[in-house]
Design a protein around this ligand. Sequence first.
Ligand SMILES: [Fe+2]
Length: 208
Amino acid sequence: MPRTRSHAMSSRHHSGNGRRGDSKSAQPLTGQHARQMQRFGTVVRMPIGLEPKVCEQSCRQLNVLLADTITLRDMYKKHHWQVSGHTFYQLHLLFDKHAEEQNELVDQIAERIQLLGGIAVAMAADVAEMTRIERPPIGREEVPVQISRLLAAHELICKSCREVAAQADEAGDDGTNDLAISDVLRTNELQAWFVAEHVVDTPLVKAK
Ligand SMILES: [Fe+2]
């Protein structure tokens, strides 16, 4: 008679000193692998009163917005570390503040995708394939160039928010509409203002 799983388990538990709770039962089970539970791009049905096709559309759009937001957050960190020149200190602090605020948005967008039944893009390599923000060089750039990159990213995200919101509104996904406008768009518009004022060419000491 073949050994069943329960036979194998019981013989393992009662081997050695013959008591349950020996050191073997506390052994972490590392190196485990299995098939994925859900493929990227699919949605599972969640009990929130939205049709799966609506959730799928919102998840697809939110994932692109998420990839762009992760990229902008990381670009703010890059510039926070690599900034130079006579505005170093204020920009070093401002860029970090904006990175933290973008990080909050990353979490909000990702968790909305999950609650809609989708899968949030997460890892850097996958984000790099999905984002529409131009990849900056690995090296250091001057402040006006850093700021231009940030402003281009903000503008792209602002336009995207309005598109996502409009389509979510049409589909009846009010939560996605609200997130795109109240959180993502408002934050990006405000950050764009704070950053853009740094590239207004005003005299530093003597009025023109
Ligand atoms: Fe820092």
